[in-house]
Design a protein. Structure first.
Length: 353
């Protein structure tokens, strides 16, 4: 009997140790193969974005286990939040209002190519957003973990969309990831009618709201809403402060205001009355895709993947597209009339200048 008891106890102990080893293994890093994918285009609300690490070097998307992964730090930058790494607890914290200096940018990584690379799957990493520890799942309900590659932590695009409150889609033909909707990314302008945007109401973090900022600007200049047409309403960051960038025009002048998004204080304003021409109606403006097509025709051999950004802006009362592309170690910048598609300016320089 005693022998039997000893044997049973030994089996129980072995089982406990076995469970402990399995539990430990489940939280252990694991090396896997992923695909570095610099050719993938990542669009945030229609604008193509490149990503950089803390040293200013360009980093690229990863393809792993059927998903595209993006660097967490760059996502924090787009959200306007600080990203902190705690080595002792293996915790990435995304929180607060971004207070870092203007981001450092080095040369574009033109030599990057699609290739298989070794990454570390990190179930031991925690992602904490505003004090809430996040667990991420794929479309099948399976838990997915961060990746670590060359010192940068990556999350799958589905998780990125969840963090930013946005929808994510993939176009296999153009190899483009589109992240759209929501209101956490603030580098998209509204260019229609009354300037309606996703920031009309006061936000949860105590901002005054876009409509209040417009009201402040109009009161300052002594105009009523029915006397102007708003052409831009944008929540942005400047020197660590959230601001509203507001543009509106009358038949004779265009006005530009920057309003502190938290206090309502006017930070800067100016107006332009020289050679001012109100922009064409929206139904006469060319699309961003058409502007890209016009830019690509100017550079023989360039393709859509070479386009780094396409932004609708205004200059001297005129709606324009600013298109930037990099090809054969040269950077091209174009200004294209958004009303008729004419090429207004072209600037070319070496990426090494």
């Amino acid at each position: 009997m005693k022998k039997t008891v000893k044997t049973t106890a030994a089996c129980v102990l072995a089982g406990i140790l076995s469970l402990g080893m399995v539990a430990g293994a489940a939280n252990s890093p694991e090396e896997q193969t992923a695909r570095l994918s610099p050719e993938y285009i990542i669009q945030i609300d229609g604008i193509a974005h490149s990503f950089y690490n803390a040293a200013g070097g360009e980093v690229h998307p990863l393809a792993y286990d059927g998903s595209v992964y993006l660097p967490v730090r760059a996502i924090g930058e787009l959200m306007g939040k600080n990203v902190d790494w705690n080595e002792n607890t293996r915790t990435v914290t995304i929180s607060g209002v971004r207070t870092t200096d203007k981001e450092i940018r080095t040369l574009a990584d033109l030599d990057a190519k699609a290739e298989l690379v070794t990454v570390s799957v990190r179930p031991d990493f925690q992602i904490v957003v505003e004090g809430d520890t996040k667990t991420f799942y794929n479309a099948n309900g399976k838990i997915v973990y961060p990746l670590l590659y060359q010192g940068s932590t990556y999350l799958p695009i589905r998780a990125v969309g969840q963090l930013m409150g946005k929808d994510v889609s993939w176009d296999g033909k153009t190899q483009t990831v589109s992240i759209t909707g929501g209101n956490l990314v603030t580098d998209a302008d509204s260019f229609g009618g009354n300037g309606t945007s996703n920031h009309n109401q006061s936000s949860e973090n105590g901002l005054i709201g876009l409509e209040k900022a417009k009201e402040i600007a109009l009161q300052h200049v002594g105009l009523a809403a029915n006397q102007v047409t708003f052409s831009k309403g944008k929540l942005d960051w400047e020197d660590g402060i959230q601001i509203y960038e507001i543009e509106f025009y009358t038949t004779t002048r265009e006005y530009d205001y920057e309003v502190n998004a938290a206090t309502g204080k006017i930070l800067s304003y100016d107006y332009d009355a020289e050679s001012y021409v109100p922009p064409a109606a929206n139904n006469h403006e060319i699309t961003a895709d058409k502007a890209k097509e016009i830019a690509l025709k100017q550079v023989s051999g360039a393709a859509a993947a070479n386009i780094r950004s396409c932004k609708l802006d205004r200059e001297d009362g005129r709606a324009i597209y600013e298109v930037e592309l990099v090809y054969n170690e040269m950077k091209y910048e174009f200004e294209i009339d958004a009303g008729n598609g004419s090429l207004l300016s072209q600037d070319v320089e070496s990426v090494y200048d």
